[in-house]
Write a new protein. Sequence first.
Length: 153
Amino acid sequence: MKLAEALVLRADCQRRIAQLKVRLERVAKVQEGEQPAENPEDLLVELDRTMEELTGWIKKINKTNSQTILADGKSLADVLVERDNIMQKRKILNELLESASIRQDRYMRSEVKFVTIIEVKALQKQVDELAKNYRELDFRIQEKNWTTDLIED
């Protein structure tokens, strides 16, 4: 099995867990004298089984990520952390750009005037560069996911 397939199965488990949570919340309480649409005990058993399955996938994926080395000598796990950091920084800078770009109309001279103190153009260029780096890194990760065998031990 390829790593990418395991990632899909992990995502399926995560979706099932979210659905089970919703279903459990719906049947947690019923009107006195009524029966729930589904048996909560059965749902809890299914939740435990699915969470166990998810744990197995996560362990295998983490082991594979830490032992898979890319062409630049970095582990897949390290490259995933780099990608996440790029995404987080891009998000923060993008939000800063939005804040700096908000225009505030003044109707009277006595109203407080706000001015942007950051270089919007330079910051936008940095955000664009981060987006490009993210795409390139993500492509390398996806490519490796489809060519790497999952470590099953």
